[in-house]
Design a protein around this ligand. Structure first.
Ligand code: SD4
Length: 325
């Protein structure tokens, strides 16, 4: 039998321990199979995230624990240049992090523009669970995190610093996002009893203006969960996603009866219509309906996502509008 949620939280929560259950050891420790559950998450790093999320479910964690610990595994990976403290900095050389989380009941927590914390997703969850607020940003968020048991972590990666110094020579901001150059992990999941949750975390667009916040920590833009209908998350150029309240749009379209993939396609079409002549800006959406059906769609070829069910994990190529040239 799986551990109770309380036992799990005592021993397994990234918020409590600053660590994540991941990797083969955790996989060997799976106690039960979460039959009927499904987890999907953006890009290839979704494979790593889904493994951690699935292990969390298998060890008796809730779907909220799973989406937190799933993306936390990617936040801890310092080789990842688009999530967590290994991410590329803004134009002033600061790595600033954005994250949000939302549960089945629509409770939500978010942090934006925070520096020097390994797990912004866990701070976001703590904001949701321990404050009357949804979002804390910048210095206030950092101070609140320190006061609430999170510890600072200094990371200085010479390779990242060197690339930023190289970029400074031209200071040409090109928010190109695709397979080789993507940011953000967004995850949506449903457990065996039909409860939904989602999470999203990023270091944002490389070399952004200091203070810039994208869609990823914004409920309704980078992530939206409505337990009665479904959940969606987004990746790509955040400004485009914010302007159409992207993830909320996808969920509302599903509420009106659209299939998850059609809902993602319609959201992509709205972005393209709103930005005629748009080039070299990728956006991709993932959708998960409350009955477990999922869908995805992107502007350009190259967006893929990790899909995990009780029959295994696969990396799936999303449908798209245009070839990336
Ligand atoms: C942002 N949406 O900060 C993020 C970046 C991203 O794939 O997802 N890139 O705008």
């Amino acid at each position: 039998m799986g551990r109770t949620r309380r036992e799990f939280l005592k021993t397994g929560s990234a918020a409590a321990l600053g660590t994540v259950l991941a990797g083969p050891a955790a996989a060997r420790g799976i106690l039960s199979r979460p039959a009927g559950a499904k987890v999907i998450s953006t890009w290839q790093h979704g494979l790593q995230a889904n493994e951690a999320a699935w292990n969390t479910l298998g060890n008796g964690g809730s779907i909220l624990d799973a989406v937190e610990l799933g993306v936390a595994a990617v936040e801890s990976d310092l080789t990842n240049r688009s999530v967590g403290l290994g991410g590329r900095p803004d134009r002033d050389g600061h790595v600033t992090l954005d994250a949000c989380i939302q549960d089945h009941a629509g409770r939500a927590g978010a942090v934006a523009f925070v520096e020097h914390f390994e797990h912004p997703i866990s701070i976001a969850r703590a904001v949701m669970e321990r404050t009357p607020h949804v979002m804390l940003v910048g210095e206030g968020a950092e101070r609140w995190a320190l006061e609430n048991g999170f510890t600072r972590k200094e990371v200085d990666l010479p390779e990242v610093r060197k690339a930023w110094q190289e970029w400074l020579k031209t200071s040409d901001y090109k928010p190109v996002v695709n397979v080789e150059n993507h940011d953000t992990i967004g995850m949506v999941g449903v457990d065996a009893s039909g409860r939904l949750a989602g999470s999203c975390t990023t270091s944002g667009m490389a070399y952004k203006v200091h203070g810039r916040v994208g869609d990823s920590p914004i409920i309704g833009a980078g992530l939206f969960v409505d337990g009665e209908v479904g959940a969606a998350c987004a990746t790509g150029t955040g400004e485009l996603v914010i302007r159409i309240a992207g993830s909320h749009t996808v969920v509302e379209l599903m509420r009106q009866g659209m299939e998850p993939d059609a809902a993602c396609r319609e959201a992509v079409h709205r972005i393209m219509k709103q930005n005629p002549g748009l080039k070299d800006h990728q956006v991709g959406f993932l959708a998960l309906r409350a009955d477990g059906a999922h869908g995805a769609h992107a502007i350009y070829e190259g967006f893929d996502f990790a899909l995990t069910t009780d029959s295994g994990t696969e990396l799936v190529k999303a449908t798209f509008e245009q070839k990336w040239e």
